[in-house]
Design a protein around this ligand. Structure first.
Ligand SMILES: NC(=O)c1ccc[n+]([C@@H]2O[C@H](COP(=O)([O-])OP(=O)(O)OC[C@H]3O[C@@H](n4cnc5c(N)ncnc54)[C@H](OP(=O)(O)O)[C@@H]3O)[C@@H](O)[C@H]2O)c1
Length: 268
């Protein structure tokens, strides 16, 4: 089975990785991609954009040039993705959305669109990170009520927010599994006389340094032993490869708004 795919936001950091991952995938046929009308990469060879040599497909500024695609992959911006979804609904195209930062109301718009077309909405397309979410859920169920739970994350010096969205999601998964409210039990950093650790808290620790792409560890610590579940991303290609996995999965399903947990068969 070959799936025709177009990449939206080709000149972005993720766009370039997505072009490379799509070009190298044996079941994906890259049929095009878009950039803004004001971009200096209009009518530019996609392969050259990705640094893999010309592949004979050029960037376009008009989504109507992408009608040959079965699935669009969108890692752009909130405004752009919301516009792209309208076009996908008009033309009955499936879409993998990697763009992040949607408000609850915007997620609702995407979920509504999922009634008409197949959508994967995945703020983190890394397969490893999505497995980590499942592993911490299993671990919390088994030992979370008596172990000390701490979440560590490290990212590059340019990252503007802390803790990372992924660290917060790990905390939410654990808190939900244990019936706790994360807003009430989270401790963000410690300093000075902190007193002994309260057992039902979930601690967060953050490092910002150099060019670290992203590291996350969930600790479940008891007296005498501790379990550490760690994920380390070493390149953006991990997100691009996860997006390819979502794309090939999405091409086989009916309309609906799905998650990476669905793609990986981790939902009950
Ligand atoms: N799901 C995941 O696992 C994952 C992983 C990494 C990043 N992300 C998210 O993916 C998004 C992009 O990240 P990035 O690091 O690749 O950012 P980036 O380098 O800024 O790339 C975004 C690209 O989208 C393009 N774009 C924005 N609006 C557009 C429009 N209306 N028409 C055409 N192109 C448009 C931008 O074009 P211009 O350069 O012309 O503005 C830019 O090339 C962000 O939301 C980020 O948080 C998700």
């Amino acid at each position: 089975m070959t799936i025709n795919v177009a990449i939206l936001g080709c000149s972005g950091r993720m766009g370039r990785n997505l072009i490379q991952a799509a070009s190298e995938h044996k079941h994906i046929n890259l049929v095009g991609g878009n950039v803004r009308a004001s971009s200096s990469f209009v009518n530019f060879d996609l392969g050259e954009l990705a640094g893999i040599g010309a592949i004979g497909q050029k960037t376009s500024t008009d989504l109507n040039d992408l009608l040959a695609a079965d699935v669009l992959i969108d890692f752009t911006s909130i405004e752009s993705t919301l516009e792209n979804i309208k076009w996908c609904q008009q033309h009955k195209k499936a879409i993998v959305i990697g763009t992040t930062g949607f408000s609850a109301a915007q997620v609702e718009i995407i979920e509504q669109a999922g009634k008409n077309i197949p959508i994967v909405l995945a703020p983190n397309t890394s397969v490893g990170v999505n497995l980590l979410f499942k592993l911490v859920e299993i671990t919390a169920k088994a030992i979370g009520d008596y172990t000390d739970i701490e979440i560590f994350e490290a990212h590059h010096r340019f990252k503007k927010d802390a803790p990372s969205g992924t660290a917060m999601k790990i905390g939410e998964v654990i808190a939900d599994t244990l019936g706790r409210n994360l807003d009430e039990c989270a401790i963000y950093g410690r300093e000075g006389i902190t007193d002994e650790r309260k057992q039902d808290t979930i601690g967060f620790a953050t490092v910002r340094a150099g060019d670290i792409i992203g590291e996350h560890t969930a600790f479940f610590a008891d007296l005498g032993e501790r379990l550490e579940i760690t994920h380390k991303a070493s390149s953006r290609m991990t997100f691009a490869l996860g997006a390819m996995r979502a794309t090939t999965w999405l091409a086989k399903v009916k309309e609906g708004c799905y998650t990476m947990q669905d793609v990986l068969g981790l939902t009950e």
